[in-house]
Design a binder for this molecule. Structure first.
Ligand code: FES
Length: 227
């Protein structure tokens, strides 16, 4: 796939063993993952918005003393940022769970372990029971809250995905444990471009690793939860 090469359009470029270079005046906002007593995620809480900048560099190695921004620490901490994630599009990777009016796509390779989907019966059973309006509504909300985009629900009648509407923006995920920083939640279809110029599939929501420990770079794989 070719590079995007459009000036002023929001985009995120990955640098080899270095930061994410964000350009195009992309809003940056803090997002806290709120959990219930069982540790399952129940909602997102939006916090501080940073002043908008045309271009900025976000830490990818996890070592910056000026997070979320890069301070050059990757040059000293031997950060190994090789991108190992699959480049196969979502629809070719997803498995399916069928319900009466909706179907659920599930591509575990995107998972960042936010745990919205395992609350109660779990999203898979709710989709199967989605003839019940309450089960349908809850399943749709769970999929919409899945920040990594692992889970996507389609309406069988319209054949359209039921996606939340996002402004193009980046969320700095924090929690559920205080002091643990989660991934960058990239919302609204911002192109993410690899260090070798490949444009990853443009999606409404994906999560990028910012702890430096993911085994699925550039995407988050939940490794930040291990501290
Ligand atoms: S931020 Fe989740 S694995 Fe790095």
């Amino acid at each position: 796939m070719s590079d995007t090469n459009k000036k002023d359009e929001p985009e995120i470029r990955i640098t080899k063993n270095g930061p994410y270079i964000v350009s195009g005046n992309v809003p940056l906002v803090r997002l806290t993952l709120v959990c219930n007593s069982s540790g399952d995620a129940v909602e997102w809480k939006e916090g501080e918005r940073y002043p908008v900048q045309e271009t900025y560099a976000l830490c990818r190695c996890g070592g910056s003393h000026n997070k979320p921004f890069c301070d050059g620490t990757h040059l000293n901490n031997h950060f190994e940022g090789t991108e190992t994630a699959s480049r196969v599009p979502y629809l070719k990777r997803a498995g399916w769970t069928e319900g009466p009016g909706i179907r659920l796509g599930d591509a575990p390779g995107f998972c960042s372990h936010a745990r919205f989907c395992v609350r109660g019966k779990g999203i898979w059973e709710l989709v199967e029971e989605s003839g019940n309006p309450k089960a349908r509504k809850t399943a749709i909300q769970m999929a919409a809250d899945c920040n990594s985009g692992r889970l996507v629900i389609w309406d069988k009648k319209t054949r359209e995905p039921l996606e939340p509407a996002f402004e193009k923006s980046i969320g700095l995920v924090e929690g559920p444990i205080k002091g643990i920083f989660g991934p960058l939640l990239v919302r609204g279809g911002i192109p993410v471009i690899s260090a070798d110029g490949f444009v990853y599939e443009i999606r409404n929501r994906v999560t990028l690793c910012r702890c430096g420990n993911s085994g699925n770079k550039p995407f988050c794989d939940g490794s930040h939860m291990r501290g």
